[in-house]
Design a protein around this ligand. Structure first.
Ligand SMILES: Cc1cc2nc3c(=O)[nH]c(=O)nc-3n(C[C@H](O)[C@H](O)[C@H](O)COP(=O)(O)OP(=O)(O)OC[C@H]3O[C@@H](n4cnc5c(N)ncnc54)[C@H](O)[C@@H]3O)c2cc1C
Length: 621
């Protein structure tokens, strides 16, 4: 229809039956004058970098998601075996009889599936992956798995920094956003009660390496950002004026905070001045968080989650603390102190550690320092024992020596009498006690169930035996209740001298006796490294120290590679098809040797025994 047709049709309708029907005056519509929306100018370099920082968060979230999915079966297993209940001090330590491990997957289906002669692709892949991922890389203190995760996170961060239409060096805001984007990941990896650790079943101490590496990356980006703007203002000759603005002042403060955390956390400082490192670290971190939010408001969505993580961690640490009266026994000849808390009988998984505060220690700000000073110590007993929670501390520094001195002083008071005890009560068979606070438990093997494997090998060096004692005792208890698949358990302990051996002698004997009553072939082999050299004493002269048919003491330094190889052959000879697990605890050098030895084993043997997994604990960072 043309436009003239439309017009005539419209007119005829208005003159219907001689009446003129006026056309309705159009109602004036209220036109809302919308405020023009503030559209972000995404072409602006700062907005682009902001957006890329959000993508980086999504990428980190994705990495976490993949790791979580990979760990999900183990997590479900652990939760069903009542892991959550057993890993809090609310648990009372019931382990014997019906009711222990009630939902244990192992207990429900011990051997019903059998081991297929030809493992499927997934099984073959995991048999290859686990030892490969844990193999230490030469020259750096990282395993292949850790290096892979770090490389991935670094590549993503560098991509955010370097990719874009602007030059990352000429546009310093990009480095700033990269630093801010890495901050939540660095924070999430640092806390004892972190969601990352809880979901993946990794102790915070395992995530700490990644925390440090990403932290350094964050500092590097922040330095580039600061240097870039400093250069710009120098070129424009406005340095003095810009330094007076709150934007620049808060930026400099944030940088100072970051440098405080970074510089004083170098390994030398952590080892020699731990308290200086620790207090500067949290102080610098808070300075950075607050200053960066003042510096640039848009950083708040990145920083507020960090503050929430921190708050949750503080609350959890408080909730997971218990103050009790503990028995403290000195072993001055070896330089060890044993602390036993009979009141705490359950609430930890074998292999976990607690943070210990000993309030009664003297010195340090009139004793006030002891209220906050706490140290990580492995729990040396399994749950449900009559002794309760046991800790064994080696004196190798200021705090541990003061603990030994306190124990000795208290012991002397009991033996010889003092003002408080009185000479009439002296010599009585009482045990020295002190008020302590334990916080935790943390870390440990969590999803790695030693009992689920057919063959278990524990390798400990020095006070690392504390970790092994707890795990082996737990294994014996599981075996007694019919919850363990393990049929063989070898305990290898490398120790410096006989005096140190004596500290642990009673626990080792108790373990051997308990194991002889359950269907578990448990043997203990002790290597004393300095005895023979000093006195020319042969191994035969030491056998009286461990009078048990399954115990052996040798005066020599062993080859860790040979120990691990022998254990694999033993598992093969015994037709173990449920896998072998190695639990290692000791100084970093021992852990590295074990990992390297495991990485060097022929995968064909590993396939034959059903794979090999490992759990390593290091008494340091
Ligand atoms: C997970 C874990 C479990 C441990 N279990 C045991 C155990 O069962 N028995 C045992 O004797 N030792 C154990 N340690 C080591 C113990 O924590 C240190 O020996 C102790 O903190 C030393 O303190 P110090 O002041 O006596 O010695 P220092 O000379 O001050 O320190 C010696 C070493 O301990 C580190 N260290 C010092 N203070 C702390 C702290 N507050 N937190 C963390 N590390 C610190 C230092 O970096 C240094 O490397 C464990 C360590 C870790 C990380």
């Amino acid at each position: 229809m043309t436009s003239s047709h439309t017009l005539s049709a419209g007119l005829s309708r208005r003159y219907v039956e001689g009446f003129y029907i006026p056309k309705k005056a159009p109602v004036a519509k209220k036109v809302k004058h919308k405020q023009p929306r503030q559209v972000k100018d995404m072409s602006h370099p700062i907005s682009q970098s902001h957006e890329q920082a959000i993508y980086l968060q999504a990428f980190f979230g994705g990495m976490l998601g993949v790791a979580f999915i990979a760990r999900l079966p183990s997590m479900v297993n652990w939760v069903m075996a009542r892991g959550i209940q057993r890993a809090t001090f609310l648990h009372k330590g019931e382990i014997d009889g019906p009711g222990a491990y009630p939902f244990s997957v192992i207990a429900k289906s011990p051997f019903n599936k059998g081991q297929s002669a030809k493992p499927n692709v997934f099984k073959r892949f995991t048999v290859w992956l686990a030892p490969t991922a844990n193999t230490p890389l030469p020259g750096i203190s990282l395993t292949a798995g850790q290096a892979f995760v770090f490389a991935l996170a670094t590549a993503a961060s560098l991509f955010v920094f370097a990719y874009g239409p602007t030059n990352p060096i000429k546009e310093p805001s990009r480095a700033g956003w990269a630093a801010v984007a890495v901050t939540p990941a660095v924070t999430a990896l640092s806390f004892k009660n972190s969601i990352v650790g809880t979901m993946g079943g990794w102790g915070y101490e395992k995530l700490n390496k990644l925390h440090r590496l990403l932290g350094r990356l964050c500092v590097l980006f922040a330095l580039l950002h600061t240097a870039g703007y400093a250069h710009k203002s120098t070129l424009s000759g406005s340095t003095a004026a810009t330094l007076k603005t709150p934007l620049y002042q808060s930026g400099i403060l944030a940088m100072v905070g970051l440098l405080l955390t970074a510089v004083l956390s170098v390994p030398w400082c952590r080892t020699n001045f731990y308290n200086l490192f620790w207090h500067s670290h949290w102080l610098g971190y808070w300075i950075y968080l607050i200053a960066i939010m003042i510096h640039w408001k848009q950083t708040q969505p990145f920083i507020i989650p960090c503050i929430v993580f921190y708050g949750v961690d503080c609350i959890m640490r408080f909730c997971r603390s218990r103050s009790r009266l503990a028995e403290i026994t000195p072993h001055p000849a070896a330089g060890y102190t044993t602390i036993t808390i009979p009141d705490l009988r359950g609430g930890w998984e074998a292999g976990q550690h607690v943070y210990l505060r000993v309030q009664e220690l003297g010195g340090k700000l009139f004793g006030l320092g002891n209220l906050i000073e706490k140290h990580p110590i492995s729990i040396a007993s399994a749950i449900g024992g009559s002794d309760g929670l046991r800790l064994i501390i080696r004196s190798n520094g200021d705090w541990s020596s003061r603990v030994l001195a306190l124990a000795q002083r208290k012991q002397n008071e009991i033996t010889y009498g003092t003002h408080e005890v009185g000479p009439e009560k002296a010599g009585h068979d009482s045990v020295p006690t002190a008020a302590v606070t334990v916080e935790g438990p943390y870390g440990g093997p969590l999803y790695t169930s030693f009992g689920k494997n057919g063959h278990v090998l524990f390798v400990a060096a020095g006070s690392g035996l504390a970790f092994v004692l707890a795990c082996a005792e737990d294994l014996v208890k599981q075996s007694r209740g019919g919850h363990a698949r393990a049929t063989t358990c070898q305990v290898i302990w490398i120790v410096r001298d006989v005096a140190t051996y004596q500290v642990f002698h009673e626990e080792l004997m108790t373990l051997l006796v308990a194991a002889s009553l359950v269907p578990l072939d448990l043997t203990v082999k002790v290597f004393i490294t300095r005895h023979g050299n000093a006195a020319g004493v042969s191994s035969d002269d030491l056998t009286y120290l461990l009078p048990h048919r399954d115990g052996e003491i040798l005066a020599k330094r062993p080859s860790i590679a040979a120990i691990i190889e022998d254990a694999v052959f033993m598992a093969k000879d015994r037709h173990c098809t449920y896998g072998m697990v190695v639990g290692i605890c000791g100084p970093p050098s021992t852990v590295r040797s074990c990992r390297a030895a495991i990485g060097g084993i022929d995968p064909r043997y590993l396939k034959e025994i059903g794979g090999l997994s490992q759990h390593c604990e290091t008494f340091g960072w």
